[in-house]
Ligand binder design. Structure first.
Ligand SMILES: Cc1ncc(COP(=O)(O)O)c(C=O)c1O
Length: 377
């Protein structure tokens, strides 16, 4: 049987990884500035993480959501303490798309509306409602296109108001910093205005923190820089450091009821062990502070690069925008220098999404390699 061919693959086969390095089948060592697409938060194979998962699987890996699972309660308490999102409630699932799917569904249950406002260049996942609110017609199948969605430009508060004032919009879903779309972020004035408009018109505000959450930007959530309170916050990627887990934080004004949401695997013991280990290490190793410190260093070094148009993003969710497509450079970084980076919808943008354990010396290695590729070394 062959594999359904949906991913363009680099011809590299990783077999092990440690902190910020990945090793392939030929024992080549790669510097991982991509983090498996912003997933690796506390570093590959962190001993606390390996211990947490190994010990848990030897006791109880899984049981269904029909029994008491104190690990889910512990996880909710730890997320509350580290994020400062007090009073929110937690629902656990398995991926980013599923988190957004549940967020949109819950918003619709709450206010009995169905239209969603989303933003141009957004990416929210590939399940039914999540892909419908994603601004990429190529991945929206006819079955998904039945959803009522309006897209407006990020930062265009006037257009947001025109859509919301009709009073029929269930939710606004927004990535505070766009990931796949290319790291655009609007102003605090825009995010606060958006939150105000949502309140005025009874629309729920969903912050998609799937990529930017769990400390990646140096804050626990990216929206926190703008001092707003979303109604629902979706999380995944860095939450499990590679173990599949997602979740939503739900404002207490939204009431639960038996059967409203559900999943077989969501919040299982093993997934909770993975995420608890992530939070423990994030706090103990001051990884959000490290994200901020290494980010400042990265930005100061990147400013030395020739041909660079702009540096986008915050913390360790960064992008280098050039005046030309970066595909060739990205390939050369992998094959000539053994450095993984990411791409974006914008073909001129090189994305940097390393583990939050990254150090200045790794930044130096990357900048040197990039200088060589740009022909200045
Ligand atoms: C902002 C954002 N939301 C949702 C998703 C979908 O997450 P998943 O691939 O886990 O379904 C992604 C994935 O890249 C993302 O970047």
């Amino acid at each position: 049987m062959s594999l359904f061919n949906v991913y363009p693959l680099f011809d590299i086969t990783p077999v092990k990884a440690k902190d910020i390095y990945v090793f392939d089948i030929n024992n080549n060592k790669y510097l991982d500035l991509y983090g498996g697409h912003a997933v690796i938060s506390i570093g590959h194979s962190h001993p606390e993480y390996v211990k947490g998962i190994s010990e848990q699987v030897s006791k109880l890996g899984f049981y269904s959501n029909s029994i008491q699972n104190p690990m889910q309660v512990e996880l909710s308490e730890k997320i509350e303490a580290l994020s400062g999102c007090t009073g929110f409630e937690l629902f656990l699932c398995n991926s980013g798309a599923e988190a957004n799917e549940n967020a949109l569904k819950l918003a619709s249950f709450h206010n009995d509306r169905k239209k969603v406002l989303s933003f141009k260049n957004s990416f929210h996942g590939r399940t039914s409602a999540a892909v419908a609110v994603t601004d990429n017609p190529k991945i929206v199948a006819p079955i998904n296109a039945q959803q009522e969605v309006e897209f407006v430009a990020l930062g265009d508060l006037e257009s947001v108001k025109k859509v919301l004032e009709k009073g029929d919009v269930c939710a606004v879903i927004i990535e505070c910093i766009q990931g796949v779309g290319g790291l655009a972020e609007s102003s605090t004035e825009f995010y606060q205005g958006l939150a105000r408009l949502c309140k005025t018109y009874g629309t729920l505000l969903i912050a998609d923190e799937v990529q930017s959450g769990f400390g990646r930007t140096g804050d626990f959530f990216a929206f926190q820089k703008h001092d707003i309170t979303p109604d629902i916050i979706s999380m995944a990627k860095g939450m499990g450091n590679g173990f599949p887990i997602g979740g939503i934080l739900i404002h207490p004004s939204i009431k639960s009821a038996f059967g409203l949401l559900g999943t077989t695997f969501g919040g299982n013991h093993l997934a909770c062990a993975a995420s608890l280990a992530v939070l423990k290490v994030l706090e103990r190793e001051n990884l959000m502070q490290n994200a901020n410190a290494v980010s400042s260093y990265f930005i100061s070094k990147a400013r030395e690069l020739p041909k660079l148009k702009t540096i986008k993003g915050r913390g360790l969710m960064l992008g280098l925008e050039f005046d030309f497509p970066i595909a060739e450079i990205r390939k050369n970084l992998i094959f000539n220098h053994h450095i993984f980076t990411g791409s974006a919808k914008n073909p001129n943008l090189l994305r940097i999404l390393p583990p939050l354990t990254i150090k200045k010396e790794h930044v130096d290695a990357f900048i040197n390699a990039l200088k060589i590729e740009l022909g200045t070394k």
